[in-house]
Write a protein that binds this ligand. Structure first.
Ligand code: ADP
Ligand code: MG
Length: 233
């Protein structure tokens, strides 16, 4: 197993026109740990995640993943070369493809041989408890199941880093609780470094090792999360 990927963000700034969204932000995420980015709507959480994903390029500062320089104002690796997986609020599944085709798509793009792709697809679907749904269409599944499919697709290529943008906010409270526990267990099993954006403190506490509080584009506090007493990891 390879060593987990550390994320290092230094002096990161980003503005949309004259609206500054991130100011000189510094943050380190230890390899294999999960950081929740917690803050009110509009504070810059998604912008930071898009900079990590390569959907935006820094205007100042730099991002490193392990010993790789990933992004700066001078250069920016495209998303597909960053060794990341992403899960969004709206699932972003392709409606015309089966569940298995959705999950296996990242391996199809990487030209992984068919037999290996199908095997890995079923392993990823088993990890999220959906092996028996492989041939269904996303529209036949509940919201929680669709988000599990998106999760399987995000982990299938075994990325070093997983990025989550409010993945559970379309789901009801009970589902949020059970899915946040599942995601937390999965992240620990995989040893993947993760950045998890949410505006829900309970969800952040259920998932993360550290909670990073963002306000107006800056880190205002970093809080270590201790596992609930009585809970066995
Ligand atoms: P959050 O995810 O914390 O709710 P965002 O990172 O989406 O916040 O947005 C931060 C700020 O940047 C908000 O004020 C938002 O309106 C603004 N913003 C986000 N995307 C754009 C864009 N494409 N163009 C202009 N302003 C944007
Ligand atoms: Mg957002």
């Amino acid at each position: 197993m390879r060593s987990p990927t550390t994320i290092e963000i230094k002096g990161l700034s980003y503005a949309f026109g004259d609206r500054t969204v991130l100011h000189q932000l510094d943050l380190t995420v230890e390899g294999g740990s999960t950081v929740a980015l917690l803050g009110p709507s509009g504070c810059g959480k998604s912008t930071l995640l898009k900079l990590l994903a390569g959907l935006l390029q820094p205007q100042q500062g730099e991002i490193r993943f392990g010993d790789r320089a990933i992004a700066s104002p001078q250069s920016s690796l495209p998303p597909e070369r960053r060794d990341i997986g992403m899960v969004f609020q709206d699932y972003a599944l392709w409606p015309h493809m089966s569940v298995a085709q959705n999950v296996g798509f990242p391996l199809l793009m990487r030209r992984v041989p068919t037999a290996e792709r199908l095997t890995k697809t079923m392993i990823a679907l088993e990890r999220v408890g959906l092996a028996s749904f492989a041939l269904r269409r996303p529209a036949d599944l509940s919201g929680g199941q669709q988000q599990r499919v998106a999760l399987a697709r995000a982990i299938i290529a075994e990325p070093g880093i997983l990025l989550f943008d409010e993945p559970l906010s379309n789901l009801d409270r009970d589902l949020r609780e059970s899915l946040s526990r599942e995601i937390s267990t999965l992240l620990r099993q995989l040893g993947t470094t993760a950045v998890y954006v949410t505006h829900d403190r309970e969800e952040a506490e259920a998932i993360a090792n550290h909670i990073v509080h963002l306000s107006q584009g800056s880190v205002t506090a970093i809080q270590a999360v201790t596992p609930l007493s009585g809970e066995i990891a």
